[in-house]
Write a protein that binds this ligand. Structure first.
Ligand code: PGA
Length: 255
């Protein structure tokens, strides 16, 4: 079954810390050779590790695959050992940046306040931020899913002026589904996407949010998400870091 042609779709590949410089270059080449061009109704973006960003970008710069940063720092330049600024990524050819990925929030203690700073800076330098939100297993068990996601959204968008020409992309990634092999049921993801859409429109009435699902997406289950009304695409980690599953995933968008 193909996607309705009027609906733009998004396939975002978060390579996390799975691929080194050479592996990222090789996988970027596989992608470029297999798909020299995508239909404009499909947005494909890869997010390599910071060290591998330039090697992937060099391969993909004249292709229809965009390259994004997995994380950005909000100060332009200075004594911030180990950080890479949004501005540096933009100048190196990034178009997108993940902001507030659950691994940043939970493993590296990134706060809602940090996320807000990153959102503002990403917008200021001309990047499209991909805001990641989602609840932990404990929060879900305790019935706090919607509240947690709402707090994350309100904090990230607080007092932001959204540039009219910039897409507003949110990834709903329940923490318990990220990297675990336990994907969220598509109907439940759809319910959360509907809620997120409502909240974002309430916060930014002039934008039309794009909402991606992320968390253990595989070639076998991706269809279930793409068939949902409020799911515009997917953000895939592990399964996007190997050539065979990466190509199988993309086939679902182009067939
Ligand atoms: P996963 O990661 O597909 O490996 O669960 C998703 C993500 O973190 O974006």
């Amino acid at each position: 079954m193909s996607l309705p042609p009027e609906k733009k779709a998004y396939f975002f590949a978060n390579w996390k810390m799975y691929l080194d410089v050479e592996e990222s270059r090789v996988l970027a080449n596989v992608l470029k050779e297999k798909y020299p061009e995508f239909n404009t109704q499909l947005s494909v973006v890869v997010f390599p590790a910071s060290l591998a960003f330039c090697s992937a970008q060099n391969v993909l710069q004249d292709s229809s695959v965009a390259v994004g940063a997995q994380n950005v720092y909000w100060i332009e330049k200075g004594g911030y050992t180990g950080e890479v600024s949004a501005d540096m990524y933009k100048k190196a050819g990034a178009d997108f940046a993940l902001v507030g990925h659950s691994e940043r929030r939970h493993l590296f203690h990134e706060t809602n306040h940090d996320v807000r700073q990153k959102m503002e800076t990403a917008l200021a330098v001309g990047l499209i931020p991909v805001l990641c939100v989602g609840e932990t297993a404990k929060e879900r068990e305790e019935g706090q899913t919607e509240e947690v996601v709402e707090i994350q959204l309100r904090a990230a968008f607080e007092d932001l002026v959204w540039p009219i020409d910039r897409e507003c992309i949110i990834a709903y990634e329940p923490v318990w589904a990220v990297g675990t092999g336990v994907a969220c049921d598509p109907a439940e993801a759809e319910r959360m996407h509907g809620r997120i859409k409502e909240l974002v429109i309430g916060l930014l009435p002039d934008v039309e949010p794009v909402i991606l699902y992320g968390g253990s997406v595989r070639p076998e289950n991706v269809r279930g998400y793409l068939e949902q009304k409020n799911i515009d695409g997917v953000l895939v980690g592990q399964a996007s870091s190997k050539a065979d599953s990466l190509l199988k995933l993309i086939e679902q968008f182009v067939s």
